[in-house]
Design a protein around this ligand. Structure first.
Ligand code: SAM
Length: 205
């Protein structure tokens, strides 16, 4: 498999279709995290056309699976087309639907989750994902700076963005609270949250 060529073509498609796609700094950081933590079962919320799902799969070596959820039928169809073309249907599963609903039907045991759907829903998504995670699972959330608005004074944030910024701030604060998560913020440009889930402590309470 020529991953470099495949990833370039998926990226190009995203740009041509105007499908949202991660910034390249974030993409490199995400792949590095997968290489470092060596997960076996990755879960992604927000597939778009599959660029990051394929990026994570390509960083996993020959083992492991990526399960990715996408609400938009056209985007899920694009991602599935790439899955067929790459011949990875046994390792990359594209599930179409609202994550809140789809998550209810998944088997537990994910050791890495990448949150990349609606930013105002990150905490709701994570709460739904927690029962599916292993102890020590890695949690990554992209684009947490929200175009720099995260660090702006409240009065400087456009009104229509305030609910998202408020929810992002709450999401980050919750993940910074000990003892259930070990959390860091990576300065990737768009901002990436990285956390480890301490499930044994979480379940003990
Ligand atoms: C930022 S894009 C994902 C980009 C992709 N991870 C990449 O960089 O290649 C967010 C995606 O999440 C999807 N989405 C939004 N709400 C969702 C939900 N409730 N369940 C599943 N997918 C959702 C959107 O349709 C959109 O395609």
């Amino acid at each position: 498999m020529n991953w470099t060529d495949l990833l370039a073509r998926i990226r190009q498609e995203a740009l041509e279709l105007g499908v949202p796609s991660i910034d390249m700094n974030g993409f490199m950081a995400l792949r590095k995290l997968v290489e470092q933590y060596k997960p076996q079962r990755v879960l992604e919320i927000g597939t778009a056309n599959g660029f990051t799902a394929f990026g994570m799969l390509s960083a996993m070596g020959d083992d492991g699976t990526v399960t990715t959820i996408e609400l938009d039928a056209d985007r899920a169809a694009c991602a599935r087309r790439w899955v067929r073309e790459a011949g990875v249907a046994d390792r990359l599963f594209v599930l179409e639907g609202d994550a809140a609903e789809v998550l209810l039907h998944l088997e537990t045991g994910f050791d890495f989750v990448y949150l990349d759907a609606a930013k105002g829903q990150y905490w709701a998504n994570l709460e739904a994902v927690l029962p599916l995670l292993c102890d020590g699972a890695v949690i990554v959330a992209d684009d947490i700076f929200h175009d720099g608005l995260l660090h702006k004074a409240w009065t400087e944030i456009p009104r229509r963005q305030r609910t998202i910024v408020k929810r992002l701030r709450e999401f980050i604060e919750r993940l910074k609270q000990p003892p259930f998560y070990d959390t860091a913020i990576l300065q990737t440009g768009h901002g990436m949250l990285l956390a480890r889930f301490r499930k044994e402590l979480y379940n003990a309470i």
